[in-house]
Design a protein around this ligand. Structure first.
Ligand code: CP3
Length: 352
């Protein structure tokens, strides 16, 4: 086991005391950084960046060179899994992700095979290995996956969607077919995340970006149950250290109690949740991560400082808080604002 010079993220996720509140930003690597845009132009497109471990490694480290972050997050995408299953991922500028062969019928689901990460996504595990080597124990590396439900929405819609009309038709008209797909995705996500852990990912986050689009009953049946299966099948300890798991359902504030019972270590919160209330509800079971509205970063220091202070006060004293945004940083944020945000979290939370 290599020693970790800054283990404050892992400590906070395990609700152990830290000198100051650790902070990282969802989507911290990406288009708000000019050095990212330059490398992407050189690489040609986003998927080339992801599929070349040297580039994925370089992009992962870019935000750490600018900001005093307490974690690195693997540079990749949640849609690598459906891409590896043969759906043909591509991106259209300004329109987001698309699939050449979205799922349209039962036959399409029956022809899917559970992902074999060692064979199908070696570029991801190679990137993890390389990033760990380059980080050299400075901060922990977060690996991630989409939740089975969120992956299913992209695979069925074939593109970003406002209302998930096709996916919800499956849900209400052929629920067994959707369950069949979710079973395959759950096995794939488990295989993928365990491969990331064995390659060196020290924390895992599951992005359930579209869980909040479900009705209360459907959320339990089609998203939470599958995340629960993932959580209970992940390698719990690697390199002699616990591997904390963070579940993030965007728009999932009303399901925190159920999420906290899955066996995960922490819950990611979007900005609609009152952090203090969330702590009173589930803070004795899990750590909490979040939850500043990313729009505050656009506004600059005069807005950032009071907002960071308010969120730290809302959580209150004691351990178990990881500062983050309530969703990904947007491409129009000035890196100076992001740097000020990270430093402000550290300065205002420092207990000496
Ligand atoms: O957080 C990080 O820095 C790690 C990298 C990361 C990316 N995507 C890089 C990326 C992570 C963790 C993701 C997860 C992801 N991808 C999610 C879940 C998180 C969330 O935001 O809710 C989702 C829903 C996706 C699917 C996806 N991939 C979308 C919607 C987009 C944006 C398309 C667009 O044009 O806005 C992508 C592409 C993508 N993934 C980019 C980055 C940096 C932008 C690609 C580019 O144009 O350079």
């Amino acid at each position: 086991m290599d020693s970790l010079k800054n283990d404050s993220l892992i400590r906070a996720l395990l609700r152990q005391p830290t000198r100051r509140t650790p902070v990282w930003m969802m989507r911290q690597a990406g288009r708000h950084l000019p050095e990212y845009r330059a490398l992407r132009a050189h690489a040609g497109d986003f998927m080339s960046l992801c599929s070349h471990p040297e580039w994925a490694c370089e992009v992962t480290l870019q935000p750490l060179q600018r900001y005093d972050l307490d974690a690195a997050i693997l540079f990749s995408d949640i849609l690598t899994i459906p891409d590896a299953m043969g759906l043909g991922l591509y991106f259209v500028e300004g329109e987001g992700p698309k699939f050449r062969k979205p799922l349209r019928c039962a036959k399409d689901v029956e022809s899917l095979q559970v992902l074999d990460t060692a064979k199908d996504l070696t570029y991801v595990t190679d990137a993890v290995t390389l990033i760990r080597r380059e980080l050299n124990g400075s901060v922990p590396l977060i690996g991630f996956s989409g939740s089975p439900w969120t992956l299913a929405t992209y695979m069925i819609e074939g593109a970003a969607s406002r209302d998930f009309a096709r996916t919800k038709s499956w849900l209400y008209e052929q629920p067994e077919l959707l369950h069949q797909l979710l079973d395959i995705l759950t096995a794939s996500v488990i295989n993928y995340l365990n491969a990331q852990i064995l390659s060196g990912a020290q924390v895992i986050q599951i992005f359930d970006t579209w869980g909040g689009a479900l009705s209360d009953a459907a959320y339990y049946e089609f998203s939470l149950d599958y995340m629960q299966k993932v959580v209970s099948s992940l390698i719990p300890v690697n390199e002699g250290r616990e591997v904390p798991v963070i579940l993030f359902t965007k728009g999932g504030g009303m399901w925190l109690d159920a999420l906290a019972k899955t066996g995960c270590h922490a819950l990611g919160l979007d900005w609609t949740v009152n952090l203090g209330d969330a702590r009173r509800r589930v803070g004795s079971k899990v750590a909490l991560q979040g939850n500043m509205d990313p729009a505050v970063l656009r506004a600059g220091p005069a807005a950032i400082e009071p907002e960071v202070r308010r969120i730290l006060r809302s959580f209150g004293d004691g351990s178990g808080h990881v500062f983050n945004l309530g969703h990904g940083i947007t491409p129009d944020v000035d890196p100076k604002h992001a740097a000020f945000f990270v430093d402000t979290v550290h300065r205002l939370s420092n207990t000496g």
